[in-house]
Write a protein that binds this ligand. Structure first.
Ligand code: ZN
Length: 274
């Protein structure tokens, strides 16, 4: 399928760079042992840049609607948890200290949370309130979302789409524009379309380790998924589950990882705050 890309000189340079970038591994394996080669066709910098455009747009819209929360107890709670998790991301890769990490809390009855490439975290109050999440459970979800960003799953999915010629606006995506159209197309691949089961398992494993190393009880990953499953029995399917297929298999996999992460949890230094 790649031959069609060669018809375009700009795209050809993208393909050339893909030869250099193919078989990347974005993270160290950690205690949970995630070690899969990834096919990458577009640079991290480019994906991060386009994601930032989309993230800023999301925040601007929320601000206009007066639903962007930037202070108060829930925001402070999330900030503390995110700081603790972010401190541990160096276990998996070296560059996260240079990332421009951001946290957005949006006051809306939506059961969703995301972390866009480059460390742009979004939480909705609906997720925290409706599932009555504990700090450990918030850390489980946030750790999972941060893990997607660390593994650059969005960049990987975008690369796969480009290889299949599914992304029509390749010139824009590959660095020749920053139009909202290109950014939205990227956001679609990164945040809206469901992740593969493989990516989900990787994010579960790395998220579990991040939480445990940050002294959040890793067992909360199991309780939170049980809450999620219960929530799907209601009338509406939560947004989070439309991108995060749930089920017993996931809980079984998480349970199997507990012996690897519980020692990290028990030996992690006590955190006073911040
Ligand atoms: Zn996920």
């Amino acid at each position: 399928m790649l031959y069609r890309l060669f018809s375009n000189r700009i795209a050809a340079s993208v393909v050339l760079s893909s030869l250099l970038l193919a078989c990347a591994n974005t993270t160290r394996s950690g205690a949970v042992g995630i070690n899969r080669s990834q096919f990458m066709m577009i640079s991290s910098a480019e994906v991060d840049r386009l994601s930032a455009v989309s993230y800023n747009e999301q925040n601007q819209k929320a601000k206009e609607k007066n639903i962007l929360v930037t202070s108060g107890p829930t925001y402070d709670r999330l900030k503390t948890i995110s700081n603790r998790l972010i401190q541990q991301t160096g276990v998996f890769r070296d560059d996260t200290r240079q990332w421009n990490w951001q946290l957005s809390l949006i006051n809306a009855p939506i059961l969703n949370a995301t972390c866009a490439p480059g460390g742009k975290i979004t939480f909705y109050t609906g997720l925290i309130d409706q599932l009555n999440l504990t700090d450990d459970e918030i850390a489980a979800i946030m750790g999972h979302e941060i893990a997607h960003a660390l593994r650059e799953h969005g960049r990987e999915r975008l690369s796969q789409a480009m290889a299949q010629n599914l992304v029509t606006n390749i010139a824009a995506v590959s660095g020749y524009g920053s139009s909202a159209n290109a950014a939205n197309q990227v956001a679609q691949y990164i945040l809206v379309l469901p992740n593969s089961r493989q990516n989900e398992s990787e994010a579960d494993a790395i998220g579990l380790e991040l939480a445990a190393r940050s002294r959040y009880n890793p067992q909360a990953a199991i309780s939170v998924w049980k809450k999620m499953i219960k929530a799907t029995n209601g009338k509406t399917s939560p947004e989070f589950l439309s991108t995060h297929p749930s089920g017993e298999t996931r809980i079984e996999q998480l349970s199997a990882l507990m012996p690897a992460v519980e020692p990290l949890y028990l030996s992690s230094p006590r955190v006073t705050s911040k």
